[in-house]
Each structure stands twice: as C-alpha cells, then as structure tokens.
Design a binder for this molecule. Sequence first.
Ligand code: SF4
Length: 132
Amino acid sequence: MNDNGRRQFIAKFGILSLSALSATTLLQACANGEAPAETKSSPSPKPAPAAAEEVAENIDCSTYNENLSPTDLKTRESLGYIEQSETADQNCSNCRFYNPAKFKGDCGACQLFANGAVASGAWCKTWAVKEG
Ligand code: SF4
C-alpha cells in the first residue's frame, strides 16, 4: 500500500469509526429513555383536544329511576354508569345506544338498560360512537 492508499484507508476508516461511535451513543441514549444531547429540543405542543359538544350538566333523571330494581342498579353499576361523563367527547347523547325520545328533557333511554332513564351527559363503559 502506497502513501495515497494509506491516506485513503485512514480517511475512510476514520469516518466509519466516527459514524459507529455516533450510532452507539445514540442507541445508548435511547436505551436510557432520553434523547441524545444534540437532538434534545423543547417538547412539541400537544394537539388541542377536539372541541367538546355542549352537553347539559347536572341533569336530574331521578324521577324516572325511582323504581329501579336491584338488578337494574346492578346492571348500571357493572357498566360503570355515572351521571356526568368524565370522558371528553363521550356521553350518552352521542352514544349509539341512547334513545332521547323515550323521556322528556335531557333524559333518555339506554338500549342496554331495561328500565329507567339516563342523563344525556352521563356515560358508561359500553359507550360507542353514534354513527350518522
Ligand atoms: S351505553 Fe352507556 S353511554 Fe351509551 S347510552 Fe347507555 S349508559 Fe349512556
């Protein structure tokens, strides 16, 4: 190997070594759950949540639920029914199982509950988006 060949070999080997070192550093940083110093940046802003539909709060449907049986209450409990949804954009009024025509005001029927009314702003674990 002449001087030119040796210089080319050293130059190529040096570049490869630096590349391998950078890749190793990057992988180690990722394995530790942190970004390498040269790639750290301020966190990107989270996208704004979709605008929630206006849903009435504190709806009282208790007059329709005065005669619920223990079985009815157990069904509601097992489905995690709550009078006021705590999940953005999910409530009875936009659930496929909600029937607003059965009761007056913001109370409606749920197809999964044999008896009683649910509030339009309520929620349970079986919520499913209403299509159409
Ligand atoms: S399934 Fe749950 S969220 Fe849907 S209408 Fe019935 S109670 Fe409301």
